[in-house]
Design a protein around this ligand. Sequence first.
Ligand SMILES: Cc1ncc(COP(=O)(O)O)c(C=O)c1O
Length: 356
Amino acid sequence: MREIQIDLAAIRGNYLTLKKTFAPAKVMAVIKANAYGHGMHEIAAALEQVSVDQLGVADLTEALELRSAGVRAPIMCWLLGPADDLQLAKESGIALGISTLSNLARVPSDALIHIKIDTGLGRNGFMLDQLPAVIEIVKDRKLTIAGVFSHIANTSEAEDWEQNSKFQEALALLDAAGIEVETRHLAASAAALSYSEMHYDMVRCGLIVYGLNPFDDRQLDQVSLSPAMRVSAEIINIKQVAKGQGVSYGYRFVTQEPTRLGLVPFGYAEGMPRVSVGAKVLINGKLLPVVGSIAMDQFVIDLGSTAAEIGDEVVIFGNAAAGEPTAEQLGESSGSINYEIVTRIGGRANRVYLGQ
Ligand SMILES: Cc1ncc(COP(=O)(O)O)c(C=O)c1O
C-alpha cells in the first residue's frame, strides 16, 4: 500500500562517480541519521562493496552499531557528548571528531583523533583562539592527530572563502606548533561541488551520495547522479464529488467544480509534510495536485478527469529523469528541504531494497 524503494546500485554508482569527480581527495560517505532515511546498514553494506574510503556518522552509537553489524570500513563520528565511551570507540577503531577541551583531555591517547575547528558555522569545533589550549593538551598528552576538519555554512561564496581562510589559519597554527596532520577535510556536498580548492585530503559527502541536489538555488549539473529513493503508494479510494466539497481537516481546499478525489494512504506519520501546499504526485503519467491538509495516515488528490482506478500507483517522489516529482519539490512545497524530506520519510511504509 505504501512503498519506499531504495536503489543500492544507484548508491554505489553515485559513490564511484564522486570518487572520480573529487580524486585525488578521498571521499567520506556520510550515513548518519539512518543514512538520511535510506537505511544505515543497507547503505553501509552497499558502500563497502565499492571499497568506501571512509564512513561518517554523527553519534558514537551509530558508529558502534555499524561495527557491531560487522562493518569493517573506516568510520568516523563527530557529535560526542561528555558521557560517550571514548575508550570503547578507540577499541572499535572509530575515529573521533573532537570539539571540546574536556573530550580532548580524556580521549585515549592512541585513539584516531580529528580536531574540529569552528571556522564560522558557530556550532561544534574549537574557535581559533582556543587552539593554543588545544596544542598544549596535544603536546602534554603526546597525542597523534589523525585529522583536522571543519564544516562550511553554505551562506555565500564570500563567507565560504572566509571559512576556508580560517581553516588554513588553523592548519598553519598546528603546523607551526609541530603537530602533523594526516587528513585535512573541510567540504561537504555543496562545497565539494563548488570549490575544488576546498577538497584538501578528503571531502565528506552526504546528500549527493543519495543522488540529491544540495543546492537550494541551482541545479545539480556538475555531476550526473541518480536519486536512490523512490516513494510511492496506491490509490485506495476514488469518489465523485460536487462543486463546494470541503477536503480534509479545516477545509483548506474546497472543490471549485465537480471532480473526482483520490485517497492515498500516506500521511505525516510517514513523513509527508502536513503543511505541504502545491505538491504534485505522479499518477498514470500525469502530475496531479495534492489538495487539503495532509492527515496522519492519508492525503487526497484532485484527479479531475484523469483516468485512474483504485490500486493505481501514486509516485510521491523519485527521479526527475523519469518525470517523477522530486524530494526537492516536496521540500519546496512545505518550506523545507530535500535533506529533511528523505531523512524523516518512513512510518509504516514498506522498504524495498533494489540492486543488492
Ligand atoms: C560535519 C558534517 N560533514 C558532512 C556532512 C554531510 O553534508 P552533506 O549532506 O551536505 O554532504 C554533514 C551533514 O550535515 C556534517 O554534519
